[in-house]
Design a binder for this molecule. Structure first.
Ligand code: C2E
Ligand code: MG
Ligand code: MG
Length: 628
């Protein structure tokens, strides 16, 4: 065996060793620059006359030094950011053409014009550079051997470069994949902001640094007011653009050291790493509110204006760990939202007490069904001209062991917030149908349903099985929904409503006229009945505008062929006016208050019909009541 051959075999073995070592390092998750540094060092041990360098080509086609252990940093910095091209040294050209480039004499080669002085000053005379290619054949970097003599690379040196370039490709691709996975795991894809996971990971570091320098850190929780409405009325495309624009504005109001994240659909969190005292922080928050409040000019000339609600907590003042501080900023935000006014609130002990009370209230609501504290009352709905009872609306009552009677307007939102609405809604539906099963078959029963119930996958199924279980004909059940349903999740809502309709169940639009876009809601689904909100009826006798709205809704109902029910009819004057306008049905204290069903025994046939049972005609108001 000749000496040359034995040296060649030795090199092959050494290259195998290098390969093994580098692959182990890559698999262990070492930083890319460290792995490349090691590879260069090992390559130089095998090729002692070469000086090794590895560059990465970034996504914009620029060279980024990764490792060159035997060259000074200043040399690498001189190359950093250079765009690849046909005349950009050995490496820039190799990357540009995608094949190895050999420069035998840097001094005279025109491709080295821009880098010649730097190279010559270090005694670098020749350079063999090979492109590093990904498995998709894309150039992701270069691996080069410099020589101190103007000479060609030996075939062995070329072999080493080839081998190393292949290892570099594996390392760079692995690093890029890791980066992509990290971005997916830690970055919100819509806005490019951090997500909760990244925030939670970085937070301890931020607090540790702040503690060391006695700095204050603030958590600013931002929520866009009425984002659901924007989503429902302007569509997803505009809403997504808006979220991106909001994220961009948030970033511009922050310092580089601040961390910005998107936590929910329209919820953002800013961690101000050096928030200063309360006055400085308040000024920063005011600037943020001002920036976010300016109009957004989005694609297709769309202009959107938004208001935001902001909750703020501070380290170390309000807490010392991530979860506690986020919960406190969130509690302050909830306070702003519940108060019904936009703006911002700093976390305080009072807010804490209120948040705790709210949670306790939600716990109580969640327990109310099993604790047997819920019951139904029924309010008659009558023919407007004859006042004959056509059916009853079931209304929920909660007798809280401490607070006593709690109105549904207060506890239904709490039940929605804590998820108890599912059980509560099922209870109402079943109870109402069990009652209706005992009534004469011409009487309807109306049940209110929350958006949260309707968009639940099982809702249509629940209604179907409750009807089957109680034997009530589907046409006798009417579900009352409000427009907020369509803000909530309009696609799912429509699908469910269609399923319900297919079952033969009626659907009424409740509180008509109070929503954000009543007319378009009417168009989106063929409601069986329109219920004019009480507020219009209340004012219609004394206020011309309210009267005009009522008469318009009547006209709308006639044109669409949908019966109209007037809610909250309390006086004879209101009834007379409604009769004159051709209103189909009425509901209100004048006809009957919401009461336990026993109070309407004569109407439901549970007791013999008495003289005062309303059958219409111009009776005195005292006997108009359906209560007997
Ligand atoms: P709604 O469905 O519009 O119910 C009518 C409300 O107006 C009832 O209030 C009723 O007591 C009241 N009302 C009826 N006639 C008159 C009147 O002549 N004058 C006045 N001033 N008020 C009248 P209630 O029972 O407090 O219910 C309020 C709202 O709570 C309901 O509005 C409904 O949206 C919701 N709700 C009630 N029960 C349930 C339920 O079982 N499930 C769901 N999801 N929501 C319910
Ligand atoms: Mg209702
Ligand atoms: Mg109503």
């Amino acid at each position: 065996m000749s000496g040359r051959k034995s040296r060649g075999r030795n090199v092959e073995d050494r290259l195998k060793d290098i390969q093994h070592e580098i692959l182990v390092r890559i698999a262990s998750g070492d930083a890319l620059a460290d792995v490349m540094h090691l590879l260069c060092t090992r390559a130089q041990e095998v090729a002692p006359n070469a000086i090794c360098s590895v560059l990465r080509v970034d996504s914009s086609g620029r060279l980024r030094p990764l490792a060159a252990p035997s060259l000074p940093d200043a040399y690498s910095q001189g190359i950093d950011g250079a765009a690849i091209g046909p005349m950009v040294g050995s490496c820039g050209s190799a990357a540009y053409f995608g094949h190895p480039v050999e420069v035998v004499n840097i001094k005279s080669d025109p491709r080295w014009a821009d880098f010649r002085d730097a190279a010559l000053s270090l005694g670098l005379k020749a350079c063999w550079s090979s492109p590093i290619k990904s498995h998709q054949d894309r150039v992701v970097g270069t691996f080069a051997f410099y020589f101190r003599r103007a000479r060609r690379a030996s075939s062995l040196e070329k072999r080493i470069v080839d081998h190393c370039a292949h290892l570099c490709a594996i390392a760079i691709e692995h690093w890029a994949t890791q980066g992509r996975m990290r971005r997916l795991a830690y970055v919100d894809p819509l806005t490019g902001l951090a997500n909760r996971a990244l925030l939670a990971e970085k937070f301890p570091e931020i607090l540790a640094r702040a503690s060391e320098c006695s700095k204050e850190v603030a958590l600013i929780y931002v929520d866009i007011n009425g984002f659901r409405v924007i989503n429902a009325t302007r569509g997803h495309k505009i809403s997504d653009q808006l979220l991106r624009a909001v994220a961009a504005r948030i970033r511009t109001t922050c310092d580089d050291a601040d961390l910005t994240a998107r936590l929910g659909a329209d919820e953002f969190l800013i961690v101000k790493t050096n928030s200063g005292d309360e006055a400085a922080l308040a000024a920063a928050v005011a600037a943020l509110e001002k920036a976010l409040g300016k109009p957004y000019r989005l694609e297709g000339e769309a202009v959107v204006r938004i208001g935001v609600s902001i909750g703020i907590s501070r380290f170390p003042h309000d807490g010392t760990d991530f979860d506690a501080l986020v919960a406190k900023a969130d509690a302050a935000l909830a306070e702003v939202k519940l108060s019904g006014r936009a703006g911002h609130a700093f976390y305080t002990a009072k807010i804490d007490a209120e948040a705790r009370a709210r949670r306790a209230f939600e716990r109580d609501v969640a327990m109310a069904v099993v604790a047997g504290q819920l019951s139904l009352v029924f309010q008659p709905q009558a023919d407007a001209s004859t006042c004959t009872v056509k059916g009853f609306e079931a209304l929920l009552r909660w007798n809280h062991p401490i607070h006593g009677y709690v109105p549904p307007n207060k506890f239904i939102p709490a039940a929605e917030a804590c998820g108890a609405i599912g059980d509560i809604g099922a209870f109402v539906l079943l109870q109402a149908l069990e009652q209706a099963a005992k009534w004469p078959s011409h009487l309807r029963v109306a049940v209110n349903v929350s958006p949260a119930q309707i968009v639940h996958a099982d809702f249509a199924h629940l209604v179907e099985s409750a009807l089957m279980g109680t034997g009530v004909d589907p046409s006798r059940l009417e579900l009352e929904v409000t427009e907020s349903l369509f803000i909530y999740d309009s696609e799912t809502a429509l699908r469910t409503l269609q399923k319900l309709k297919a079952l033969g169940v009626g659907v009424a639009m409740d509180d008509f006229g109070t929503g954000y876009s009543s007319l378009s809601t009417l168009r989106s689904f063929p409601f069986d009945r329109i219920k004019i909100d009480r507020s219009f009826i209340e004012d219609m006798v004394s206020n011309k505008d309210a009267a005009a709205i009522v008469s318009t809704i009547m006209g709308l109902g006639r044109a669409l062929g949908r019966p109209v029910v007037a809610e909250g009819v309390e006086t004879e004057a209101q009834l007379a006016e409604l009769q004159q306008q051709g209103c189909n049905e009425v509901q209100g204290y004048l006809i009957g208050k919401p009461l336990p069903i026993e109070a309407y025994a004569k109407v439901t046939g549970a007791a013999p019909a008495g003289e005062t049972r309303i059958t219409g005609g111009r009776q005195p108001s005292s006997s108009r009541s359906a209560v007997v």
